[in-house]
Design a protein around this ligand. Structure first.
Ligand SMILES: Nc1ncnc2c1ncn2[C@@H]1O[C@H](COP(=O)(O)OP(=O)(O)OP(=O)(O)O)[C@@H](O)[C@H]1O
Ligand SMILES: [Mg+2]
Length: 356
């Protein structure tokens, strides 16, 4: 899969970009604050259906224009042909179009697959469990067609159950609440947990491989840690019923899941050095691309933002080689020798110019 063209309108500091890209390696050079990450953000919008930098699309409307709108268009190639996608935003709403027809977010997800590595990738390792759950969910929404719908039903049932719990004072009241919502939680929760477990297993195998190939000695693994601790979800809900009534919240279920990234069996977030975290974050992203390629049958687009500052020359070379099956975007401030032969672009004051 690769991006052929990108056009933007009123997006961040970009001066209505209209650029064509190579199906191989694309390097975006430029000083700080020129618009490099904004270019990647505009492309990634079609994967996550939102920015990887903000929850509020209005943050991306160009400051100086005073207009409450923006638009990004990409033309991309898949094994099935060429697709045109557009994201049109007005007054904080987003609408997605594929080949001219409007698509709901659920229909739009999974059509364009990209992997983004940014300094924020470390949050998956260092951040709160919610960040890791979101990470798994965003991948599963891309690669499993029914997952997003199950997640939506589960989340709604959980919200209703928790809201009802606030007003429950007796076991009888809670029992009625459980009769209404627990069947939804169990049905969708089991699907969510099974999908997460499968994905983590696939990721773990690939992370171990890439981590080793990045020259590290330790064995890296990713473990799925469901909050139900091995029990069936209905049994875990039953077991936690008294506690739920006391704490006024639902204590068991996939909304409390976590994953643990380990080196030689020890938790990276507790014991890992900076270098080990960086290498793991990179291995995780390469694994994500590998899982995407296996599931979809073609490589996702890989985008490495601020990548040079993070790695020595040997590792840079390995990463570029590992990504060579698909299209790669790299942003950096200085030219780097390993990238000679790539399509080069200079990003300056919101403009993107191809260098011959
Ligand atoms: N909504 C917006 N409208 C206009 N400019 C914006 C908007 N949001 C951010 N900017 C500015 O756009 C500029 C480019 O940001 P961007 O993150 O794309 O730069 P960059 O080239 O990736 O820089 P760095 O090398 O520092 O990461 C910055 O000056 C930023 O403050
Ligand atoms: Mg940047």
């Amino acid at each position: 899969m690769h991006v052929r063209t990108l056009r933007t309108y009123n997006f961040r500091n970009l001066k209505d970009v209209d650029a064509g890209f190579s199906p191989g390696v694309n390097v975006l050079y430029g000083d700080n604050a020129q618009g490099k990450t904004s270019v990647l953000e505009a492309i990634w919008m079609f994967t996550g259906l939102k920015s990887f930098r903000t929850k509020n699309i209005a943050d991306a409307y160009a400051f100086s224009s005073g207009k409450n709108e923006c638009r990004c268009d990409v033309e991309f190639e898949t094994a099935d042909g060429t697709d045109r996608a557009a994201m049109v935003s007005e007054d904080s709403r987003r609408t997605f179009y594929f080949n001219g027809a409007e698509y709901s977010p659920a229909e739009a997800l999974g059509r364009f697959n990209a992997v983004i590595f940014t300094p924020n990738t470390y949050d998956v390792i260092n951040g709160a469990p919610e960040r890791r759950r979101n990470y798994l969910d965003s991948l599963l929404c891309q690669y499993e067609s029914n997952y997003g719908a199950q997640l939506a039903v589960y989340s709604r049932a959980l919200r209703q159950r928790n809201a009802g719990l606030k007003n429950c004072s007796t076991a009888e009241e809670f029992s009625r609440l459980r009769d209404a919502w627990d069947p939804h939680l169990v049905r969708c929760g089991n699907i969510i947990m099974e999908a997460r477990e499968r994905l983590v297993k696939e990721l773990s195998e690939m992370v171990a491989e890439f981590y080793g190939e990045l020259g590290a000695d330790e064995v890296c693994s990713v473990e799925y840690e469901p909050k139900t601790s091995g029990e069936a979800l209905d049994a875990a809900l039953e077991k936690n019923a008294e506690r739920d009534l006391l704490t006024k919240t639902t204590n068991a279920g996939p909304h409390r899941d976590d994953i643990d990234i380990r080196l030689n069996g020890r938790s990276l977030k507790t014991f890992g050095s900076q270098g080990q975290r960086k290498t793991c974050a990179l291995a995780l992203k390469l694994a994500e691309a590998g899982v995407g390629a296996d599931r979809r049958g073609e490589s996702p687009v890989i985008m490495l933002d601020d990548f040079v500052g993070e790695l020595d020359a040997g590792r840079r070379k390995f990463v570029i080689g590992a990504c060579s099956a698909g299209q790669l975007f790299i942003t950096c401030c200085e030219r780097i020798p390993e990238l000679s032969g790539a399509a080069e672009y200079v990003v300056a004051d919101g403009t993107v110019s191809r260098q011959e």
